[in-house]
Design a protein around this ligand. Structure first.
Ligand SMILES: Cc1cc2nc3c(=O)[nH]c(=O)nc-3n(C[C@H](O)[C@H](O)[C@H](O)COP(=O)(O)OP(=O)(O)OC[C@H]3O[C@@H](n4cnc5c(N)ncnc54)[C@H](O)[C@@H]3O)c2cc1C
Length: 404
């Protein structure tokens, strides 16, 4: 043991990590807080990475000013990775990223795990220059630097991040092809009805959208990417390939800890109750890596900003043993593409009934229902109309009430 303080130790200095530290302090938690982050940067915000950072409008997107940590007595240890957890001893082991031989053991009273995700790679692309994923600010700055030298880009995967990257790249003057094996972008999350409107938006902005076809192979000249070959045999030339095919929860450091993981078929990640408590006493998890039990008795792992912030508040209350009311709110996330804010409120599912109630060819508003009850709202450029439905998503509301 290296005599470091106990109190709350937070693994992962991203959004969830900093928000739990902040919320503990605002709940009058006076004990030591240690925030450990594997990146070389203080906590920063990820949503701008695919938007303003790629567009060259932002270089830094820090979540806190530099003096926050000393002012709030939060010890920030960056460039360090937690490699082992021993719940029996109430300790974590950290290793320095610049010298993995340097290790230190730190004691905790409460431990919070907020280690996020790592993007999935396309097989056979390891070491091929010009192939990118996007999760960190270093990823974004490296991609942006290459965009300056490139003219043709392929984006593989039309989920939210793939769509945002395609929008930022075409706005930066590149020719962009967006490839998605599903029938439309965002189809798994929102269904093909909305997916087709997303296709329309990208096509209107000049993106070559290829749906219903996957990537067979990334083609290179041995060192640098030159394009992709699709499953239908066509080849698309590219100087840059961005891969946005989903991510995997970061849980490798839990091996041997006894902390339970959720089954892969229910989303994987760290299994938690509805307050973020893991299977081990005094250990909590939140954010993209955490799979929380829901009030309805199911489980859910969510990869969105607002959800992470809400979970950080719940965990901080739990640790600080304060039972302040956390106001109920329907799940919410957003995505910025071109000049439109796309917002999703509630829990719409691809298989729900879709009711497109407003569509001027660019902006649109749609409700989702299941068994005649409103489940969610999706809008593009309809901020006021989306937010107006919040109260209706807190109690079962017949869809007829909104359509009438
Ligand atoms: C490009 C991009 C755009 C996005 N846009 C939107 C958006 O428009 N709207 C929206 O709702 N959401 C968006 N999101 C999602 C949102 O940013 C995430 O939901 C949020 O960042 C999750 O926070 P987190 O703390 O769980 O994980 P993260 O923010 O990923 O933080 C986890 C941190 O833990 C560190 N870590 C991992 N392992 C260890 C270890 N063993 N030891 C120490 N540290 C470790 C990681 O290095 C990382 O810094 C976007 C995400 C990305 C990547």
């Amino acid at each position: 043991m290296n005599g470091s303080p106990a109190g709350v130790v937070v693994v992962g200095a991203g959004l969830g990590g900093i928000r739990v530290a902040e919320s503990l302090r605002s709940n009058d938690y006076r004990g030591p807080i240690t925030l450990i982050g594997a990146e070389a940067h203080p906590p920063y915000d990820r949503p701008p990475l695919s938007k303003s950072v790629l567009l060259g409008k932002d270089d830094r997107v820090d979540l806190k000013p530099a003096d926050y940590f000393s002012d709030s007595s939060v010890t920030l240890r960056i460039g360090e990775r937690v490699c082992e957890i021993s719940p029996a001893d109430h300790t974590v082991t950290v290793q320095r990223l610049d010298d993995e031989a340097i290790r230190e053991t730190i004691a905790y009273e409460s431990l919070v795990l907020a280690t996020g995700l790592v993007p999935r790679a396309l097989p056979g692309t390891d070491g091929v220059a010009g192939v990118h994923v996007l999760r960190t600010i270093d990823d974004a700055l490296a991609l942006r630097a290459e965009m300056g030298q490139a003219s043709r880009a392929v984006v593989v995967g039309a989920g939210f991040i793939g769509c945002e990257v395609a929008a930022s790249m075409i706005r930066s003057g590149l020719a962009v092809t967006l490839i998605e094996p599903a029938p439309s972008p965002l189809a798994a999350a929102l269904g093909t009805g909305i997916g087709d409107l997303i296709t329309r938006m990208h096509v209107a902005n000049g993106v070559d959208v290829r749906t219903g076809v996957g990537v067979e192979e990334v083609v290179s000249d041995g060192a640098k990417v030159t394009g992709v070959r699709l499953a239908d045999g066509t080849e698309v030339a590219a100087d840059i390939v961005v891969v946005g095919i989903g991510s995997t929860p970061v849980t490798d450091y839990l091996d041997g800890s006894g902390i339970e993981l959720a089954p892969r078929e229910s989303g994987g990640g760290i299994a938690c109750d509805q307050h973020g408590q893991t299977s081990v006493p005094d250990v909590y998890a939140l954010g993209d890596v955490a799979n929380w039990r829901t009030e309805e008795g199911g489980t859910r792992r969510v990869e969105h900003w607002t959800h992470t912030v809400e979970q950080a508040t719940v965990v901080a209350h739990r640790i600080a043993q304060t039972d302040a009311m956390i106001p109920a709110a329907p799940p919410y996330f957003w995505s910025d593409q071109y000049d439109l804010k796309i917002q999703v409120l509630g829990r719409p599912e691809a298989t729900d009934d879709l009711h497109l109630v407003d569509d001027d060819g660019t902006k649109f508003l749609a409700y989702y229902s299941r068994d005649g009850v409103l489940t969610g709202v999706v809008g593009a450029g309809k901020v006021g109309a989306v937010m107006k439905t919040r109260p209706k998503l807190l109690t079962p509301t017949p869809i007829a009430e909104l359509l009438g």
